[in-house]
Design a binder for this molecule. Structure first.
Ligand code: FE
Length: 335
């Protein structure tokens, strides 16, 4: 009888069926997440299957797959898309003492549907030969006439810009933010094009005097193995916006566990692992992002940029005001 039972278990429980695993749909590129997932597998024995792609494509796919989705976790690089997934009722509420105690409240969903896992700031990068740091204040001041034809920024279709504008709507309201944005676009040095690294390169090339970019793109260039990227990055400086008011705009990479996750326990273990000191330090060292938890040593490049004050706006507002931000940017002609 015992023999039959064991053979039955072996039959049903092939290596892949019974091995603990967790499946992720990730909008974060493989190189920027896989190494830390491998460490998680080594430490826990839980296999991680990673599929990378675009967040909105995954959101549609999860909706279509419904109960049959193979995914347990959706990982994105912006809070607005996590809010979008929550609004479509794709996530479930997760009761984890670790996640809700170590991640500050403004960086996670109020119903514990998603959690911020690493921090990135949208900063100002400037050419010190053309601009004095004393002349820069922050986002709102970029609409000032003194910046006419001097600013580079990528297009309004980019979620980082949408989230920045959404944060300004949360602070100043739609009308004031629209007035600001309509003046800002007249200060653009060129029609928006390229990614954040291209904006930094445009500052170096003299196309513009300053640019709005995410901090880790500059750090990646400074730490690049291409000499010309390092040389370019060293010609610009980073400015922390709005330090006397609400602080620099921050966004998160983050994740939620899907409503129909088949491996919920493993998925919780993975998210909890991603907020350990070890994983948070990895985010800082490899991706040049800031930790969401306290007491983590940050990489030397981040350290050089010094202390800053961070906007502590609840990040669910980036999702709530996303469509207002998109429409507003369209109305003012932000290409
Ligand atoms: Fe990015």
């Amino acid at each position: 009888m015992k023999k039959i039972l064991i053979s039955l278990i072996l039959l049903i429980c092939g290596q892949f069926v019974c091995a603990a695993e967790v499946n992720i749909y990730s909008a974060r590129k493989e190189a920027l997440i896989k190494p830390i997932l491998d460490r998680f597998t080594t430490e826990t024995g839980i296999k991680v299957n990673l599929i990378t792609g675009k967040a909105d494509t995954f959101i549609k796919r999860i909706e279509v797959e419904g109960k049959n989705t193979p995914a347990d976790i959706l990982l994105t690089v912006d809070a607005a898309r996590l809010v979008r997934a929550k609004d479509k009722e794709l996530f479930q509420s997760i009761d984890s003492k670790i996640l809700s105690s170590v991640i500050p409240a403004h960086l996670r969903d109020i119903d514990n549907h998603w959690f911020g896992l690493s921090l990135r700031s949208r900063v100002i990068v400037y050419n010190p030969d053309k601009v004095s740091s004393n002349d820069i204040i922050g986002y709102i001041d970029l609409a000032n006439d003194k910046w006419k034809g001097r600013i580079c920024v990528r297009s309004s279709s980019n979620i980082y810009n949408q989230s920045l504008v959404a944060s300004l709507i949360a602070h100043h309201g739609i009308m004031e933010t629209e007035r600001w944005a309509s003046k800002l676009v007249t200060n653009f040095a060129r029609t928006p094009k390229g990614g954040d690294r291209d904006q930094i390169k445009a500052v170096v090339a003299g196309v513009c005097d300053l640019a709005i970019v995410n901090n880790y793109y500059l750090a990646g260039m400074l730490d690049s193995n291409k000499d010309e990227e390092v040389a370019a990055a060293e010609k610009v400086k980073l400015f922390w916006p709005d330090q006397d008011t609400y602080g620099a705009h921050f966004n998160v990479s983050g994740a939620g566990i899907l409503k129909y996750a088949k491996n919920k326990d493993e998925a919780i273990k993975l998210l909890e692992y991603l907020v350990t000191i070890e994983a948070q330090q990895w985010y800082s060292d490899v991706n040049y992002e800031y930790p969401v938890i306290l007491d983590v040593k940050i990489s030397s490049i981040l350290k050089k940029w010094g202390a800053f004050s961070m906007d502590t706006l609840a990040l669910n507002l980036l999702g709530r005001y996303n469509s207002d931000a998109v429409k507003l940017m369209d109305r003012v002609g932000w290409k």
